[in-house]
Design a protein. Structure first.
Length: 620
């Protein structure tokens, strides 16, 4: 090819590569299951992504992998999935029962039930639905609202439901004890009814508004219900109290036999069970891969360095959540003494590539369901060696703390520590000596080609400006913080630029490192290859002995071993039913609202971590 023609193609390629990928923030939550290295089975107990109701101990989803030679999940039964509908009571219990089912890690409605222990006149939703069993019609509906919270609506403040529905009071006739209601969908009236919640001896039919319609193959299925406790007319507006709301989606999820969901297909459907397999879709587990399995569920494999019989490939299933909202990432369910670690609690820090994660929380229950201080709850975590993504820099020590990844120290092992290029200006290498940890903001390795005329944006308002010398071997690097120069250095390429500063009480700790190759010049423009980037936060957290995090207190911090321990000193905790107890940071203990708590039915509980996903461009 003519050299003059070749230059534009090279330039286009370089421009395509411009930009360092670590500058962006990920959106969403990955809820992972237990890590596997061979055949494995995940249930709601070891995969928090599957549907589970702690109050009624509901959840039957099971996914099994069977690995054959070549790390293959051979079709049709290399991956199998089963789920079964279970009886559940409405939050407004007088309505009776329905069938709930977990499907592809989400909660669905499977059908209304006629139960002999519920008075017939109360089973309004069952009686008014022509096709009351959705699963028998090979479809499911998402449960949008199931609530017994008491609320007041007025003629000016209607009840806003999901999928564009709004229930409004049109008028109230006190003399005849009638409430006139209308239901709109996206502003258009779709239904109107009259109920009489305040008349003497009002029945369930008098107090319940319902709306039914055809949903997929199910005819006249009740999709909305509201129970009115009372209603009256005030001086200037109509008011009503609602103490039960139910809504399922009008958009069905099809579960007919042979329906395909990514790699999985529905093999069989009965009146209460769905089974799936990977027919026609053999899956090969190769390193550093993400496989869309079904719905929001994926298989993620490690990017480990060695894969052999002694070090089989690690993998897990995970659910990706991106919808704005507040979510619980829960651990395994307990009903007595228990220990959670990164294997059975997705809220703890874990790095599948290097098999890192040591956080552990143990509960010890004494008489009266007490977690007695000081050791009813104990927490331990230990720093571990981790290679920089740019491996020429050696390793540093990482630690999980309160479910987050933190930097603990640089490696000072002779011959296998942190590169002297990073440490040559350091006064301090171990933050644990000062009772500190700090967040790892960037740990990147990839050969990015950057336009020399543009700054490199880092975290915490830092940026790098580059200027190559006339000899094209040296470079002047200027570091800015809040657009003000804080450091200037000359660098001979290839080489590492490092910036050290004070972190808390630790002086001259390296917080930024960047490795540059030699520059490239094309048609008068300069480019440089950046293949290693590192940044830790200059704003540490303090983990000194006696420091409290919620109900937990730091009892040990050992800079040599990297060990941190905490317990519930001075904070005895009683596990009562239907409670959420703020434990430490974003960690909580949740107890069930089960009907019976005794020796045969001990109280169920789990730890969970709260996560928020904010809407794009805003907060919740």
């Amino acid at each position: 090819m003519n050299k003059k023609l070749m230059v534009p193609y090279i330039l286009i390629f370089l421009l395509y590569l411009i930009g360092f990928s670590v500058a962006g923030d990920s959106i969403g939550i990955e809820i992972r299951g237990q890590v596997a290295t061979g055949n494995f089975e995940w249930t709601a107990d070891n995969f928090a992504g599957f549907y589970y109701d702690i109050d009624d101990d509901l959840g039957t989803e099971t996914l099994t992998t069977t690995i054959t030679e070549g790390n293959k999940l051979q079709e049709p039964n290399g991956i199998t999935y089963t789920t079964t509908a279970q009886k559940n009571d409405f939050d407004f219990e007088d309505w009776g029962y329905y069938n709930v089912i977990g499907f592809q890690a989400n909660q669905y409605f499977a059908g209304y039930l006629n139960d002999e222990i519920v008075p017939d006149e109360n089973e309004i939703l069952f009686k008014e639905s022509d096709d009351e069993h959705s699963l028998s019609d090979e479809q499911l509906e998402a449960i949008l609202v199931d609530s017994d919270d008491e609320m007041t609506i007025t003629s000016g403040t209607p009840l806003k439901l999901e999928e564009g529905y709004v229930l409004s009071i049109t008028s109230i006739d006190i003399d005849s004890n009638k409430v006139y209601l209308k239901l709109t969908k996206d502003g258009s009236v779709v239904d109107s009814k009259v109920i009489s919640p305040s008349k003497g001896w009002a029945t369930m039919a008098d107090k319940t508004y319902y709306y039914k319609k055809d949903v997929g193959d199910s005819k006249d299925l009740v999709i909305i219900a509201a129970h009115f406790k009372n209603a009256f007319r005030g001086a200037d507006q109509n008011l009503a109290t609602i103490d039960g709301i139910w809504q399922i989606s009008e958009v069905p999820t099809e579960v007919k036999a042979d329906t395909q969901y990514d790699m999985m297909r529905i093999a069989a459907v009965t009146s209460d069970t769905i089974t799936m397999d990977n027919k026609d879709n053999t899956v090969t587990l190769s390193k550093n891969n993400e496989i869309d399995l079904m719905g929001d569920v994926k298989i993620i494999t490690s990017d480990q360095d060695v894969i052999d019989e002694a070090n089989p490939l690690r993998y897990y299933i995970a659910k990706e959540v991106t919808e704005p909202g507040t979510y619980e990432v829960r651990g395994a369910v307990a009903d007595g003494d228990f220990t959670w670690n990164s294997q059975n609690f997705a809220g703890f820090y874990y790095d599948i590539d290097d098999d890192l994660g040591t956080e552990m929380l143990t509960t010890t229950i004494t008489e009266g369901n007490k977690l007695e201080e000081p050791n009813g709850i104990t927490y331990t975590t230990t720093a571990q060696k981790n290679d920089f993504d740019f491996e020429d820099w050696g390793h540093y020590n990482v630690i999980g703390f309160l479910g987050q990844r933190y930097f603990a120290s640089y490696g000072t092992d002779y011959g296998y520590g942190t590169s002297t290029e990073i440490l040559e200006e350091a006064n301090v290498t171990n933050l644990l000596d000062y009772g500190e940890l700090t967040e790892i903001l960037i740990d990147g390795y990839q050969e990015d080609v950057l336009d020399l005329s543009k700054s490199i944006d880092l975290k915490e308002n830092y940026s790098l400006k580059l200027k190559v010398g006339t000899d094209k071997k040296g470079m002047l690097i200027e570091l800015l913080k809040d657009k003000k120069t804080v450091d200037k250095k000359a660098l001979l390429m290839p080489g590492t630029y490092t910036y050290s500063t004070k972190i808390g009480e630790a002086s001259r700790m390296p917080i930024i490192a960047a490795h540059f190759q030699e520059p490239i010049f094309l048609e008068g423009k300069g480019y440089i290859k950046l293949d290693g980037l590192w940044q830790i936060s200059e704003n540490p957290i303090y983990v000194r002995r006696g420091t409290s995090f919620g109900l937990m207190t730091v009892t040990t911090i050992d800079p040599v071993s990297g060990l941190i321990t905490m317990n519930n000193l001075d904070n005895t905790i009683t596990l009562n039913k239907n409670k959420v107890i703020s434990l430490m940071g974003d960690f909580n203990i949740k107890t069930s609202d089960q009907d019976i708590v005794d020796d045969a039915n001990p109280l169920r509980y789990y730890i969970f971590k709260s996560h928020e996903i904010a809407p794009a461009g805003g907060s919740l």
